[in-house]
Design a protein around this ligand. Structure first.
Ligand SMILES: [Zn+2]
Length: 274
């Protein structure tokens, strides 16, 4: 399968000369299976460019989009009104979230109603389906998907997406318990090929931001070791952390877990069976 990063910034989009290396768009990633199935994870501002790419690739043919939402905080859905396939009659978009389908439709519709946006979500031309992401697991094409609850205000989930023997974990909005590790998450990520984790804070910042629902690179390295993952990818970067601060976090993290990388907009990872 192939993993593509379209937005890796948490909380709020940013721009600036010192924010170009990792990028300023909020969370959005895409996975493509060996059979060409497309799965999108979250609809932050990064989804805008992905949508343009998908429209160019598919032309007038039917475009099937399966979109997994981790939760409904703005940074994870704010790109949706700017996602070109939403307005394309040939697009069939299936929205999966841990919430009930009616709730998902209501929360997404809330972005495009009243004075917030000129076109109502319901009136967009694509065909839309809403499904509850089954915690026990479900399939999209060749992908097998499961999820695990995370410690985040109003809730969030980690997704595990597998094809063949390869797996990618998305755990971008979470906080460890007061003592020790999130043991449930450590077992959920067991043996993953790529473990994408929340690196919003430095360990120093975390001390004064407990209860905000986010983590540091240090928590990521501890979980990566406990779960025996192959690669740790730090993501959901703080809008106040510039390129050199993020690079510094990755350097420190590598001392704790050697195969640590930073997510960055435009990074495509080919994950082959070994
Ligand atoms: Zn977030």
């Amino acid at each position: 399968m192939q993993l593509e990063f379209w937005g890796v910034r948490g909380t709020a989009p940013v721009s600036g000369r010192d924010m170009v290396r990792y990028g300023g768009h909020t969370p959005c990633a895409a996975l493509r299976s060996s059979a060409g199935d497309l799965l999108i994870v979250d609809a932050g501002t990064g989804i805008k460019r992905l949508g343009e790419r998908l429209m160019a690739e598919s032309g007038k043919a039917t475009l099937e989009v399966d979109l997994l939402l981790t939760h409904f905080h703005l940074d994870h859905i704010i790109g949706l009104p700017f996602f070109a396939p939403l307005y394309a009659p040939q697009a069939v978009i299936t929205f999966f979230s841990p919430a009930a389908p009616k709730e998902t439709e209501k929360y997404l519709g809330g972005l495009q109603m009243g004075r917030y946006f000129p076109v109502a979500f319901k009136e967009t031309a694509s065909q839309k389906k809403f499904l509850k992401a089954d915690e026990a697991g479900f399939s999209v094409g060749k992908f097998r998907i499961s999820h695990c609850p995370l410690n985040h205000p109003q809730g969030s989930v980690a997704y595990r997406v597998e094809e063949g023997g390869q797996s990618v974990i998305f755990a971008t909005d979470t906080e460890r318990p007061e003592q020790g590790l999130d043991e449930r998450l450590a077992s959920f990520i067991r043996g993953a090929t790529y473990f994408i984790y929340d690196a919003t804070f430095t360990p120093q910042e975390y001390r004064v931001r407990q209860g905000w629902g986010h983590s540091s690179w240090l928590d990521g390295t501890k979980l990566a070791r406990a779960g025996g993952v192959k690669n740790l990818v730090l993501s959901h970067f703080n809008p106040d952390h510039n390129d050199s601060r993020v690079a510094g976090m990755v350097r420190l993290a590598r001392k704790e877990f050697r195969r640590t990388f930073a997510a960055r907009e435009g990074w495509t990872v080919r994950i082959e069976d070994e």
